[in-house]
Design a protein around this ligand. Structure first.
Ligand code: SF4
Length: 373
């Protein structure tokens, strides 16, 4: 794997973060996919997507966010409390889910960041919520301008949107390169790319995509025993996905929060804030969104059909109701369409759990092999 990718999936404070700090650039942390990074790019700030990179230690965090909460959130809080994220000048809380809110509010209570803003993301997708979200984005822009002493002009937002559109097209090309019978990139590498997306400045990430595409051209095709769709909340656990892919089933499409969910950027708006509201709200494939299951199901079925996936593995962290409930419904609907589905509930970042998960996946791959005969 490329050195840059290895570093970004292994350490939180990577070399790009250190370079930014040395140059005096301010870094703002966010977690939820509904947070438009274009606004920070337009402000000359470095948006960093908070993650725990599969590090499951939570002894300090558990005193604030009990063990009946999502392990991903407790692990991020732990890194907030032990100083790992002290390089953040600011943090953007979103109401992604109650666990995430608990993480942010305890974090800001125990190890406050100088700048803290709460971006409220609607749960419904309609014209009223779109307009409401535009107001929320304006509130965010005002808060950033005031605290960081910057000006965020519509032209800068438009330029930042064009950059992200270009980057999204390059990511899609690599993501879809798995849809032929012969392909050269694994699901865990695709996830690594999206982890890098949230750990690098946009210009450096775009260069990384270009370099990665060039490296792919030089590679041989991968061998595999089954084509899989992977989804739900494996959060940011690249090692977990890589460990499961070692069994021979490779992910040819996914809708992970730290991967395929960033796939769509559809919008019909003309002015920048309207575009951002649509891109980040209407395309939000997260089970936190009310009355939108049909759209999420359609996305999953479409990606399974386009990629030729022969089965689906759906993950959720223990105590994650959103994905836990969604995965049950998705399994029933996909099995009805003849798609074999394996639902895996897991502890976050628990290396010990990988063995158990591998046994489940091995049996699932055997089931797919039997079906293919
Ligand atoms: S995995 Fe579930 S509980 Fe954890 S942050 Fe995501 S939605 Fe919330």
């Amino acid at each position: 794997m490329m050195k840059v990718l290895e570093e970004t999936i292994d350490v939180v404070e990577n070399s790009f973060v250190r370079k930014a700090l040395e140059s005096g650039q301010k870094i703002v942390g966010y977690t939820c996919l509904a947070t438009p990074r274009e606004i920070f790019d337009a402000a000359g700030l470095f948006p960093y997507r908070i993650k725990a990179l599969g590090k499951g230690e939570t002894e300090m965090a558990d005193a604030y966010l009990s063990r009946f909460n999502c392990g991903f959130c407790r692990s991020c809080l732990q890194l907030g409390m032990d100083g790992t994220y002290d390089f953040l000048e600011g943090m953007i809380e979103t109401n992604g889910c109650d666990h995430l809110r608990g993480m942010f509010e305890n974090w800001q209570h125990v190890a406050p960041r100088p700048f803290f803003h709460y971006l409220r993301v609607p749960h419904l997708i309609d014209d009223d919520s779109r307009d409401w979200f535009i107001d929320e984005l304006e509130r965010l822009i005002e808060a950033l301008q005031e605290y960081f002493g910057v000006a965020i002009e519509p032209e800068q937002l438009t330029a930042a949107i064009e950059t992200q559109d270009r980057i999204a097209e390059k990511f899609k090309k690599i993501y879809e390169s798995r849809w032929g019978q012969r392909f050269k990139v694994t699901g865990s590498e695709i996830m690594s790319l999206m982890l890098a997306e949230g750990s690098l400045p946009s210009a450096d990430f775009e260069k990384l995509l270009d370099d990665f595409a060039e490296e792919l051209d030089r590679r041989k095709a991968l061998s595999y025993s089954a084509r899989l769709f992977m989804g739900g909340a494996a959060t940011d656990e690249v090692e977990l996905v890589a460990g499961l892919e070692e069994l021979g089933g490779l992910a040819v499409a996914d809708h992970f929060c730290f991967s395929g969910r960033a796939y769509r950027r559809d919008t019909t708006a003309t002015e920048p804030l309207g575009k951002l509201a649509e891109i980040y709200l209407k395309n939000l494939l997260c089970p936190r969104m009310f009355m939108n299951y049909a759209d999420r199901k359609a996305f999953v079925s479409e990606k399974i059909a386009q990629s030729g996936a022969e089965g689906a593995i759906l993950f959720h962290n223990k105590f994650c109701d959103l994905h836990g409930i969604e995965n049950v419904k998705l399994r029933l609907d996909l099995e009805e369409e003849g798609i074999p589905v394996l639902v895996l509930e897991k502890e976050y970042g628990a290396a010990a759990d990988i063995g158990r998960l591998k046994t489940r996946v091995q049996a699932f791959l055997e089931r797919i092999t039997r079906i293919k005969r």
